[in-house]
Design a protein around this ligand. Structure first.
Ligand code: BV8
Length: 244
């Protein structure tokens, strides 16, 4: 793909970008997610039905964050963030903190973050480390037992959708890294980008469900393919921005 003239970039990442750091992806061979069915831990109904199970699931994943490190893909995306002269927005579906720990700044978590909590009593959101459990007290209003993970579950509206849509409409290049294309609205971003005239590139271990919608698909491990792509992009000619 010819990257000359590219100015505005949107990058979407999924669990595949964190796989080489040791974090499980959602759709492993057994279809379970850390031993759970998604519908048992990743919906508001599941939280109402069995809050202890949902807290246990997220407490375990939050604890695991302390044992993993960003990998070469996170670091390459952070380098691109620092060096790219045009607009750049990294939209991650992931709730881990590996992009920020690698140094990415122009970043948003459309599905929330393990390191954030949400008090249903006062609607405040605040940072959280360590276990949450059912009895945690809100640092803002003091209520006990009304705090949930600040995570977007199935059936809930992802965060910052307007900001994402605006960035996609302005994008000259949309790149999807390490996602199966199984979940909407993220899986539909490539269509918006294409419709608005962007070039589209997929980087994934294997072709995703939406591979056919991309101009180009590069298969391989993110830790290898993403750094090579960032080098290629940073060396491309930026002098003549695409006229939009
Ligand atoms: C909403 C946070 C509306 C939780 C997540 C029918 C049709 C279309 C849509 C729907 C439908 N029925 C229901 C819906 C909507 C639903 C949906 O899309 N369902 C799917 C299952 C059909 N979506 C929603 O509910 C969303 N909200 O629609 O709201 C609305 C409107 C108005 C008002 C209110 C609401 C919300 C969805 C968000 C759910 N939360 N995550 C948590 O993390 O705990 S979803 C979760 O799965 C992820 O965040 C991600 O978004 C999604 C997909 O996961 P991936 O990241 O892609 O991971 P996966 O394992 O699937 O794939 C990994 C890929 O990496 C693989 O392809 C693999 O090959 C590759 N890989 C592996 N290793 C590597 C690698 N690649 C490179 N290198 C490697 N080393």
């Amino acid at each position: 793909m010819d990257f000359s003239g590219i100015r505005n970039i949107v990058i979407l990442t999924g669990a595949g970008v964190s796989a080489e750091s040791g974090l499980a992806t959602f759709r492993g061979p057994d279809g379970l997610w850390e031993g759970h069915r998604v519908e048992d831990v990743c919906t508001p109904e599941a939280y109402r039905r069995d809050p202890a199970l949902v807290h246990q699931f997220y407490d375990a994943r939050r604890e695991k964050l302390g044992t993993v490190q960003p990998n070469a893909a996170h670091e390459a995306l952070a380098r691109l963030d620092a060096e790219w002269p045009g607009e750049l927005l990294l939209v991650t579906q992931n709730v881990d903190d590996l992009h920020e720990r690698a140094g990415s700044k122009r970043l948003l978590h459309m599905h929330g973050e393990l390191t954030s909590a949400w008090c249903l009593a006062c609607d405040e959101r605040f940072g959280w480390s360590g276990p949450m459990g059912e009895e945690a007290s809100c640092p803002s209003c003091g209520e006990r037992g009304r705090i949930r993970p600040d995570i977007v579950w199935f059936g809930e509206m992802p965060y910052e959708m307007e900001r994402i849509e605006e960035a996609l409409q302005r994008a000259d290049l949309f790149v999807s890294v390490g996602t199966s294309g199984a979940v909407y609205p993220a899986a539909g971003f490539v269509q918006t980008a294409r419709y608005c005239g962007a070039k589209t590139l997929e980087i994934n271990l294997e072709p995703s469900l939406g591979s056919y919608m991309f101009d180009e698909s590069r298969t391989g491990r993110a830790g290898e393919v993403v750094p090579a792509w960032v080098d290629e992009l940073l060396q491309s000619d930026q002098s003549s921005p695409i006229s939009r």
